[in-house]
Design a protein around this ligand. Structure first.
Ligand code: 8ID
Ligand code: ZN
Ligand code: ZN
Length: 375
């Protein structure tokens, strides 16, 4: 792996450049099999490669993608055993010899995209997330559910000094993703956007980014406290899907109510961040003619169904949107740094991760859970 000379140089550079003492072991959550036990235990501190930084992760957001990774319900192989997490915020405590863009002591963020080939057609044009060789934090690379994590220095997010690390953590995936999805929807100020899954981790930030972009926001979600959070995030009209029956009549009534609330024509765009196949297909029915349906949430095995006749005569577009690139990350962080979006978070210890997954599975989470790696 690493030559002993390199390791010596690294140790030397850590000693010379920093007052940080890096332990050999740390606490983290690791699992060996999909759906198997989530062990909160002592694990080795990883050693950064020449192109990587070592981040002392203070806080990490818990994204629904982490739950997919643990369950193994996506057709994309993950590394095992795996330390999940890809919304990590912390301090750079060591760096490899080739790293030019971070100094020891800087604040840095771990994102879903940890690295890509940087030479394929997609990387060349800034679509690094679409790279066939993408390396993913908390999926193909051990992530932020540990006290010390390595991150590719090129892809790691720059976080300004003095930033509240618990607050900024969810921006690193949820914030970047919904900001990019809203750009993908290509809407103008004053138009209506519907956020399906509006009070979850991505949804609660999507509502705020959309408002900051001057859009009118209709949110769809259901359950205790979701309407209240949506309103607190600045949303305009809330539709509680649990108040409608699940049969065809219920669906039609909900679609009709969404249209009535949006000048009778439906929203100009929809950001689908729910983890519900039926909610995704439904959005093709209530979106306005010439509107855009953006797919973000990825329920396992889901198919998006759109009636072809309606699709054609309404001239709809269905677009996928997958996290964001480095520029999207910087821009999404700028909205946060300017105070235009705030993360609705609940902070608990990293050891509580299994309980968070349980609540997430039941759709009971309001906003985002953030884990403190100290306990
Ligand atoms: O780059 C990407 N495309 C990307 C990035 C990050 C996350 C995609 N994701 C995916 C995740 O893997 C997951 O599939 O987005 C989805 C949502 O992630 P999340 O926001 O972290 O999940 P959450 O906090 O559990 O929120 C989901 C919300 O959807 C609501 C729930 O009540 C919850 O508030 N919801 C459900 I489940 N069914 C609904 C329905 N039928 C619904 N809302 C409206 N209608
Ligand atoms: Zn995520
Ligand atoms: Zn590439």
């Amino acid at each position: 792996m690493f030559s002993s000379t390199f390791k010596r140089q690294l140790t030397k550079s850590i000693r010379f450049q920093s007052t940080f003492t890096i332990p050999k072991t740390q606490m983290g959550v690791i699992f060996e099999t999909h759906g198997g036990p989530l062990h909160y235990k002592e694990i080795p501190v990883p050693i950064p490669k020449s192109t990587e930084i070592l981040i002392n992760v203070k806080y990490s957001g818990v994204c629904h993608t982490d739950l997919h990774a643990w369950k193994g319900d996506w057709p994309l192989p993950a590394k095992l055993p795996l330390v999940g997490g890809h919304e990590g915020a912390g301090i750079v405590v060591a760096k490899g010899s080739a790293v030019k863009n971070f100094e020891i002591g800087d604040l840095a963020g771990i994102k879903w995209l940890n690295g890509s080939c940087m030479s394929c057609e997609f990387c060349e044009q800034g679509d690094e997330s679409n790279c066939e060789h993408a390396d993913l934090s908390g999926y193909t690379h051990d992530g932020s559910f540990q006290q010390y994590a390595t991150a590719d220095a090129i892809q790691a997010a720059k976080i300004p000094n003095g930033t509240d690390l618990a607050q900024v953590a969810p921006i690193l995936c949820a914030g970047v993703t919904v900001y990019k999805a809203l750009k993908t929807a290509d809407l103008r100020a004053g138009q209506w956007v519907a956020i399906s899954g509006a009070a979850g981790g991505l949804g609660s930030l999507a509502v705020q980014y959309a408002k900051a972009m001057g859009l009118r926001v209709l949110g769809i979600d259901g359950g205790e406290g979701k309407k209240e959070l949506f309103t607190k995030c600045g949303g305009d009209v809330f539709i509680d899907f649990t108040k409608y029956s699940r049969d065809e009549n219920g669906n039609d009534k909900m679609i009709n109510d969404i249209k009535i609330a949006t000048n009778g024509l439906g929203p100009h765009g929809v950001i689908n961040v729910s983890v519900s196949e039926s909610a995704i297909s439904q959005s093709c029915s209530y979106v306005r003619s010439t509107g855009k349906v953006v797919l973000v949430g990825m329920p396992s095995g889901a198919i998006c169904k759109s009636d072809v006749f309606q699709h054609v005569v309404k001239s709809l577009q269905i677009k996928g949107s997958y996290v964001g690139n480095r520029a999207d990350t910087r821009e999404a962080l700028e909205f946060f740094n300017d105070g235009k979006v705030k993360s609705p978070i609940k902070v608990v210890g990293l050891s509580k991760l299994p309980e968070i997954y349980e609540l997430m599975e039941q759709g009971k989470i309001l906003g985002r859970y953030v884990v403190d790696t100290a306990y």
